[in-house]
Write a protein of this length. Sequence first.
Length: 452
Amino acid sequence: MRLDRYIAKSRIIDLESTNFTGAVAELVALCPLTGEKLDEQRLLLTEEIMQRERQMTTCLGSGIALPHVRVKMKRSYVFAIGRCSNGLEFEGMDEYRSLRMVCLMLANEPEVNYLQVLASLARIFQEKTFTDKVGSKVPITVFRQSILNAFGGGVLNAESPATRYNRLILRESEKIARGAKCASVVVFGEAFLAGVTLRQVFPGMRTVLVTNPATEVSEKLYAVDVILPVPSYSNNRMSQLRSAILIGLTRGVIKYNDRLCCLGGVSGGDQFDTIVIVDVEKEFQSVFTKQADLLPACVKPEVMERVLAVSMELAVEGREGHPVGCLFVIGDAEKIRPHAKPLILNPFYGYKNEDRNILNPFMDETLKELSTIDGAFIIRGDGVMESAGSLIHVSDFDHKLPGGLGSRHAAGAAISMATDCIAICVSSSGQITLFRRGEMLPLMSKQGGLGM
């Protein structure tokens, strides 16, 4: 979703305030609100934003804060952005003193994509290639243009032109793909060269470019049919490939009976070195038997993608340097609840659905902290966190799992058989396993080589 229509140069400023409340008030004053008593309206809006800030900080941990609120207005979204070179004061909290930018987001109350837009902004703002370009040392004109480029889906870096070697790989892969009767060509952006027109290289075939979610690019600029954002944490290429295909399936970009030609290479190396032909049906037949089996009817694709991204972060990074294991169960909470028993008081009880939704980027640290507690996360299909620290118990479960898998995997397999849900298990060794109807699909292994 392009957001440049909701931002203007006049609403990208250098802040004069030295405290966070004043900075928010400055940004609110820039927003094109309508109605009578605008000064009073802006004051009430500022107070509402600050009240939410005290309940849950909007600092992203990269020198950027993203205060946000829903209001009644004609536009879908309004953004105002301020730069602060020396940080801001707010009730003595250190994280505000390290702020370098504040992005205010106003969303119209009926907007259903509110949390998805918020999560997309958080990914952009946390990308190092972005934060390096918006520092206080760059002129305000450069700062404004960097913001507009990011909001408009501009490419952060145009890499070097394609080499003769890559041209050869592309040419031969086209022959292989056509000979194998592939429906689509999947190219991994970590090794992709800007300037290569994939539609011309693979005429008549659907072209899919897999990119990091923080890299906002457009189909038109890269001359591809589909941009598929997939988080990449593992060096195991088969893990990356499986995750990409799974997300492509849930989004409808890839069909269950497709045959794919996949091109990849060393991350950041700008050189293709691998061609793989994948029959999706054979690769996923142990878990899915048809397109409709991919997700329970109540589970949104973006929710499963977000859970997968958090799982990958936990598998690779652990928590405070220590490996962690956890279990996410996604589906109809009412049907899951009879098979779950709380081990602790529910930490999500009493919070608004919006504030405890996994699509909310400010939930990340909460989830990672709670991942150290025994038990499973129960997540509704729309992303709302129902509980943490839940013991899964399913009677009459008689299903043999491969050796080396413990009670967490058994619980994931059991609940996926007992109810129409998806369970994603993260082991302390860094592996991620998806369970659907009792069948397991390994998605990522932290260790391992190329995997292709």
